[in-house]
Write a protein that binds this ligand. Structure first.
Ligand SMILES: *[C@@H]1O[C@H](CO)[C@@H](O)[C@H](O)[C@H]1NC(C)=O
Ligand SMILES: *[C@@H]1O[C@H](CO)[C@@H](O)[C@H](O)[C@H]1NC(C)=O
Ligand SMILES: *[C@@H]1O[C@H](CO)[C@@H](O)[C@H](O)[C@H]1NC(C)=O
Length: 180
């Protein structure tokens, strides 16, 4: 009797763990890329793909027409939805070329950068001599960062980045996600 009860409890625990394991707490809801200056930069890819219920990813590629890129400044702002999206916690502009060499000096930028660096060719300092690519950044990866490394409250979020390349405002990228 005792034994079956234990087995039952154990099975339930395993089941709960499995459900937790395969149910991401993060869902991408939208991914938008906008070129601000088409003579300078254009998005040749900007996709949010659902392979199945648990495997979703975003991919983006920006083609740059005036290479090399020797200066790169990125503003990133996090927004959370209350009544409409409101600025939430972070609004920073970083000099990307400087950041690459001094990543530890900016833990917030490092936190966001660590999320994409393995999935991007944006993994070295300036100059940049080719298209910039983010390939298959999955909900699992983002999930790991936003729930395990630095937990955030539930809700709808939007991360907006503005890209100033060689002093030209070039692009806006927005990632929308829900934490539940
Ligand atoms: C979802 O797709 C990925 C990649 O094709 C695969 O590895 C995984 O097993 C799939 N998961 C489910 C639940 O079908
Ligand atoms: C971030 O700060 C800049 C400069 O103060 C401001 O122009 C911009 O609107 C702010 N963005 C967010 C997301 O709050
Ligand atoms: C950057 O990414 C490319 C392509 O994934 C890889 O071949 C290269 O070794 C990486 N460089 C660094 C410094 O991590």
């Amino acid at each position: 009797m005792m034994c079956t009860k234990l087995t039952l409890v154990f099975s339930l625990l395993v089941l709960m763990l499995m459900v937790k394991e395969i149910t991401p707490r993060v869902e991408f809801t939208n991914f938008k890329c906008r070129s601000v200056n088409k003579d300078f930069a254009e998005f040749t890819q900007c996709t949010l793909k659902s392979i199945n219920r648990t495997y979703k990813y975003i991919s983006g590629r920006v083609t740059l027409y005036k290479l090399p890129i020797t200066k790169a400044r990125v503003n990133f702002g996090l927004y959370k939805r209350f009544n409409g999206y409101r600025p939430f916690l972070y609004n920073q502009t970083i000099d990307a070329c400087h950041f690459f060499k001094h990543q530890k000096a900016n833990p917030v930028a490092k936190y966001f950068f660590d999320m994409i660096k393995e999935f991007s060719n944006l993994n070295h300092s300036c100059p940049y001599n080719s298209d910039i690519i983010v390939e298959k950044l999955s909900t699992d990866t983002v999930n790991h960062h936003v729930t395990k490394i630095l937990p955030y409250p539930e809700g709808d979020y939007m991360l907006e980045t503005h890209w100033m390349l060689n002093d030209i405002f070039s692009a806006v990228i927005q990632v929308y996600l829900t934490l539940f």
